[in-house]
Design a protein around this ligand. Structure first.
Ligand code: AMP
Ligand code: ZN
Length: 429
């Protein structure tokens, strides 16, 4: 197996002793920031004798980031900072992450490691279809690809016809793309009468939003590529936190750079081995703005066993959703990804759907608008009715309640520019 960095070869024991050394250092460094100088009062690096004692450290939340915005987490003067990014969240006050030159360097290396791991090489032509600007999926992945000396095209988000032209003209082999956009882009290929499989595409990096195995399979099938799941968040630099290897069985979380815990979101105690909980992370290599026990709200679990690729960095499972994404309807907990799983597995269903929550009298109701492929969108109402009932039935098997299903024409649902908005809440709060 080919590795880019020696850190990828570390054994569990080596990873854990490196983590302990780095964790102590982070405590020392973090105390230089206004936020942690207060928060870590009375805690010294020597207090942490083993990794499990990370539990002695306080949590950091999004609200903390907001409260100490813009500079309250910096360990050094702002003149030492060379880049700023922000979370893509559209609600609430802003949060910003600032990076020193070293931070950008370590981040680009991590990103390059991810790309190299799935087989991206200098000869590849790489097109980044992620939004640039404050969103980390643009520049973050961009510099990783340049490190590998790939010809790197900063195409940005949207403008599908131009994207397709660039893919063709420069024989692009590797693409970074948000999965909902990959599905949408396939409909533009269809309109243009171009088969995506006839291009030079080889590898897709998909991530930045929750998606199911079924959506991945669709993307791989449509484009004739291998699609690898990429996980990250701006608070932890951005992409490059965890990434699938060629075996596509969970994402290796780079434990030389991040200390990860999976906790019960209510008790904040570690979950039992292999159980799903909230991912909580500490940066181990960031100097300008270290974060300790940051509560991501993302739900996942550590996968058991060793990966065939030989890396001993633990793997996390596909993110099932965020703790805040859960819909409670008629007493049943539902995650949007359960719905996507059912829809994307059906051949009649097109590339987009939306879940609407509304009130009927006093009752909460759910309506799922589903795009249907042209060839199945027939005029015979009876056939459509049957299809609708059959989709509702398969949804019921997954989510235990029968939602209202509305079939709509292919390409008729609104498309968001960045991450897909899957749930629209029309209930009065
Ligand atoms: P941002 O900081 O704006 O880039 O958003 C980060 C959030 O996007 C994460 O906390 C996750 O909720 C979500 N996210 C990123 N990558 C993935 C992925 N591969 N699968 C599921 N959700 C993801
Ligand atoms: Zn692996």
């Amino acid at each position: 197996m080919d590795f880019l960095h020696p850190e990828e070869r570390l054994s569990r024991e080596e990873i854990e002793s490196l983590q302990l050394i780095r964790l102590r250092k982070v405590i020392e460094e973090a105390k230089k920031s206004p936020f942690y100088s207060r928060k870590l009062k009375g805690i010294e690096p020597e207090d942490i004798k083993e990794l499990s004692e990370v539990s002695k450290l306080p949590f950091t939340t999004k609200e903390d980031l907001r409260e100490y915005y813009p500079l309250g987490f910096l360990t050094r003067p702002v003149s030492e900072m060379v880049r700023l990014h922000a979370s893509s969240g559209t609600t609430g006050a802003p949060t910003a992450i600032l990076y020193t030159e070293n931070d950008l360097n370590t981040w680009a290396e991590l990103m390059a490691r991810c790309l190299y791991m799935v087989g991206v090489r200098k000869e590849d032509v790489f097109q980044n279809m992620s939004g640039y600007g404050l969103f980390t999926g643009g520049l973050g992945i961009h510099y990783g690809a340049e490190r590998l000396k790939c010809l790197t095209i900063p195409a940005g988000a949207g403008n599908s016809k131009r994207q397709i032209k660039l893919l063709q003209d420069f024989k692009v082999s590797v693409v970074h793309i948000i999965p909902s956009y990959a599905l949408h882009l396939s409909t533009v290929f269809a309109e243009l009468g171009i088969d995506p499989r006839s291009l030079n595409l080889r590898i897709f990096l998909i991530g930045a939003e929750p998606h199911t195995e079924e959506a991945r399979k669709r993307i791989e099938e449509i484009y004739g590529v291998k699609a690898y799941n990429s996980y990250g968040l701006s608070e932890m630099n951005g992409p490059g936190v965890a990434f699938e290897c060629v075996y596509q069985e969970g994402m290796h979380l780079w434990e030389d750079a991040y200390l990860a815990e999976i906790l019960n979101p209510t008790t904040l105690e570690p979950v039992a081995e292999g159980e799903v909980g909230e991912l909580v992370m500490t940066t181990l290599t960031r100097e300008g703005m270290p974060l300790i026990r940051y509560r991501t709200k993302d739900l996942t679990r550590f996968l058991p066993g060793r990966c065939l690729c030989g890396r001993e960095h633990r793997r996390i499972d596909r993110i099932t959703g965020r703790a805040d994404d859960m819909i409670i309807l008629k007493g049943v907990n539902i995650y949007p990804m359960q719905i996507e799983k059912v829809l994307m597995a059906r051949k009649e269903v097109g590339q987009n759907y939306v879940i609407e929550l509304y009130k009927e009298g006093h009752l909460d109701q759910m309506r799922i608008k589903v795009e249907i492929k042209d060839e199945y969108f027939v005029e015979d109402m009876r056939v459509l009715k049957q299809l609708q009932q059959s989709i509702a039935k398969s949804l019921r098997e997954e989510i235990l309640i029968t939602p209202r299903v509305e079939l709509v024409e292919h390409n008729s649902l609104p498309k968001s520019q960045g991450k897909a908005v899957r749930v629209i809440d029309l209930r009065d709060k």
